[in-house]
Write a protein that binds this ligand. Structure first.
Ligand code: ACM
Ligand code: ZN
Length: 765
């Protein structure tokens, strides 16, 4: 019998005996439990539940029926049929039941029990029931079948943080409503609950405001767009534009509400306002003319803070915004507002005088406070980027800490609510891989592991202060991201890692365990057509000593069903390449290349590494003087056969600051030596200089050394591959003595300071 016919016959059996015996006793296959984010508490039981065509969904309130509907949506996309929804039922049923309001409840918490005859999801609130439903989906297989076994479990779950957000910049590039809805659906699937919609910026105003038609006609369009790297200063010459109608926005907000996602609109002020100024030049300090931004970055023209028309305009805009967005929070931006126009503007100067404001920061603070007061009177609260701390925080503002964690710490100490969005951890516009094939990104390096390792609560806060950290959010700025596919590539799977950071108990965090669950999660993302990035499942190499006198490479891949293949002759690895079964010894100078195959096809990027083969390979040297802590990857790295890169950010370089460095290589036996050498780096801008003097001594016993080479001021620039042939030299121990330049010469960067000495490989032939 094929698997399929087993299922069919079970299904037939279950269908016939719908009342008490559902499937033969003990026949349930045990489905692996692979949940993301990990629940707070989970106990497996011996039960199994058979979900078949007769299973009913029980939901007695409108909110629970909505959750049942969403379950059915997923279920029918999997199985091709929907389950019946009823008001009651106690056999072969999945019961969605939110506790009545008013009972003692934990926000967004739920209990999920999978028993033999019944699945119950009991939410402390409607969101909790919804999250229980999301967990239930993850207990199901992803392959279509006529019936599905669910493993018996008792889950009691609740989020660690109340604010679990993802942001999308639709100004630098515009994204269609269908994509915005998909973005929200994916958020909710990972138990995230906030979508921060960045709607206005210098390069485009993207929300229809009926009172101000020029926002649609003028501010939503730009003449052209920057192309390639910022430094290239090139433009594509193509008009670009788009905005959401109020009907579009209602549709998105309603869609999000069904999935318990709050949409927070951001209307930027007083900076990042050029698009609005292009439409209404009287709102700027100079009066224009202005054009919608075509270049990225921070631009000088901002809303005039001295002109009451600015406030009237923003209030009228927000009147319409508040009708569309029921969220308590309105994001008012507040970041990156240059003060150069204000400094020269008579109206702004008059305002400062009248209000007793001492500088531009104080004027910005006045601006934000004035808007906050107005919004608070309407029952709304503001969120602003951490610059709103400068010049004094508005009384009730929530701070988004993005320039690091310091803004968050400062705000928490002032007892203001904080959302952590630090650039180094959760800016998903940053690179996620150092691979050569990455699409152009703004910069940075934030791999999945770094996101997963992030903890939103900074150290050093008291428990009371820490309670102001409401959660975290990842931001997707889209200067370099022009399509939905590219956006998904940047966000997934990093957002999955963040979802676990924000939902699961801190003490349960475990990166390897996360990757194991993630590989089972990928088919769920594939089912939703997500163009996720594959880096974490590509080849993971470990270059190590073979325990004796050489170097070997271990290859690992976390991909389910993935097969690692490799070549050692520089040819491209494909389905005909050698299958990896154990460590690969490095036996010659050359390149090892490897890739993961899935169903005989390449998965993700290949890994390749060139190795130098020589007699000191794998013979970890003694380093009597410890290298500088910032560049100390371990002495083995000096003889691993791998050359470092000139950017020296690859953990291959060992460095000392000034003084003398010594490295002693033990070749194991007395050996004929025909060449010695080393690679050093010279990058004078970065205070990295060639050694002032290099000496090599050789010894048979490790005590009595004989000098075989002395070289003063070897010079050079970039990576210098220094090699010297020797004749009639024999010995067991080779000692390299390298004197760094102790004082950088006058006129050079770092003058008077000790120079850095950077070494990546010691070579003996
Ligand atoms: C920001 O990244 N400018 C908030
Ligand atoms: Zn002004």
């Amino acid at each position: 019998m094929t698997i399929k016919t087993v299922f069919l016959s079970l299904f037939a059996l279950a269908g016939l005996a719908a009342c008490n015996t559902r499937g033969p006793e003990g026949a349930a296959p045990k489905t692996l439990i692979q949940l993301i984010p990990l629940p707070a508490k989970l106990t497996e039981t011996a039960d199994s539940f058979l979900l078949d065509k007769q299973t009913v969904l029980v939901a007695a309130t409108e909110a629970d029926r909505q959750t049942a509907r969403l379950f059915n949506e997923w279920f029918s996309s999997l199985s091709g049929f929907e389950l019946q929804v009823k008001d009651s039922g106690s056999m072969n049923a999945i019961v969605f039941s939110t506790r009545p309001a008013g009972e003692k409840a934990i926000a967004e918490a739920y209990n999920l029990k999978v028993g033999k005859d019944l699945v119950t999801i009991e939410g402390d609130d409607a969101a909790g029931t919804f999250y229980g439903m999301q967990t239930l989906i993850q207990l199901m297989p992803v392959q279509s079948a006529p019936a599905y076994w669910l493993p018996g479990v008792n889950i009691s779950d609740q989020p660690r943080f109340g604010y679990r957000g993802l942001h999308l910049d639709v100004c630098r590039h515009f994204f269609p409503v269908t994509f915005v809805k998909k973005y929200i659906d994916l958020l909710a699937m990972h138990k995230m609950n906030t979508f921060h919609w960045h709607l206005t910026d210098d390069q485009g105003w993207r929300i229809e405001i009926k009172r101000y038609p020029k926002l649609q006609e003028i501010a939503s369009r730009r003449k052209e767009t920057m192309e390639g790297r910022y430094a290239d200063n090139k433009f594509d010459g193509k008009p670009y534009g788009g905005f959401y109608t109020q009907e579009d926005i209602k549709e998105v907000v309603a869609y999000a509400a069904e999935r318990h996602v709050t949409v927070i609109p951001e209307i930027e002020m007083p900076g990042h306002a050029l698009a609005a100024l292009a439409a209404y030049p009287n709102l700027g300090c100079t009066g224009g003319p202005y054009a919608v931004g075509t270049k990225w970055g921070v631009l000088d023209d901002v809303f005039c803070a001295g002109n009451d028309s600015t406030f009237l305009f923003l209030q009228n805009v927000l009147e319409e915004v508040m009708i569309l967005f029921p969220s308590t929070y309105i994001h008012i931006g507040g970041d990156e507002c240059p003060k150069v126009r204000w400094d020269k503007c008579p109206k702004c100067q008059a305002r400062m005088k009248a209000e007793g404001l001492k500088d531009g920061h104080a004027l910005q603070s006045y601006f934000i406070r004035r808007m906050e007061k107005w919004l608070n009177e309407k029952g709304r609260q503001i969120i602003g980027w951490d610059e709103i701390l400068e010049g004094g925080l508005a009384p009730n503002a929530t701070v988004m800490s993005w320039r690091g964690i310091e803004g968050g710490i400062a705000a928490a100490k002032q007892h203001h609510d904080v959302i952590m969005t630090p650039g180094g951890f959760v800016y998903f516009d940053h690179y996620q891989s150092q691979g050569k094939n990455e699409p152009l990104a703004i910069g940075g390096f934030t791999p999945v592991s770094k996101v997963y390792g992030y903890d939103p609560v900074p150290e050093g806060l008291s428990p009371k202060e820490a309670s102001y950290i409401k959660g975290a959010q990842a931001n997707l700025w889209t200067e370099y991201i022009g399509s939905p596919e590219h956006a998904e590539y940047m966000v997934y799977p990093r957002a999955v890692a963040l979802a676990e950071v924000l939902w699961s108990p801190k003490e349960k965090k475990d990166y390897d365990g996360f990757l194991d669950r993630l590989k089972h999660h990928l088919p769920r993302l594939e089912k939703k057509g997500v163009n996720y990035a594959k880096h974490v499942f590509e080849v993971r190499p470990t270059v190590e000593s073979n325990g004796k006198n050489g170097v070997q490479v271990r290859l690992d891949a976390k991909l389910e069903g993935g097969k690692v293949v490799f070549t050692t002759d520089s040819s491209a690895p494909d389905m005909h390449a050698t299958a990896y079964t154990g460590p690969i010894p490095v036996t010659q100078t050359g390149t090892i290349r490897a890739i993961v195959l899935q169903n005989s096809k390449p998965y993700g990027n290949e890994w390749q590494q060139r190795f130098l083969f020589h007699k000191a390979l794998g013979r970890t040297p003694e380093l009597p003087r410890t290298p500088h802590q910032n560049y100390n990857p371990g002495a083995f790295t000096l003889v691993n056969g791998i050359e470092g890169v000139p950017e020296f950010n690859d953990n291959q370089w060992t460095a000392w600051s000034g003084g003398t460095a010594v490295a002693v290589v033990d070749l194991g036996d007395s050996t004929q030596i025909t060449q010695v050498g080393l690679n050093y780096l010279a990058n004078r801008e970065q205070w990295i200089y060639p050694p002032k003097e290099m000496r090599v001594d050789v010894s048979e016993d490790g005590k009595h050394y004989k000098e075989v080479l002395l070289r003063k001021e070897p010079g050079g620039n970039g990576i210098v591959r220094w090699r010297v042939a020797l004749t009639d030299v024999k010995g067991r121990y080779v000692k390299f003595t390298l004197r760094a330049l102790d004082r950088i010469p006058d006129g050079a960067p770092g003058k008077g300071e000790p120079a850095w000495l950077f070494i990546d490989e010691l070579i003996v032939q």
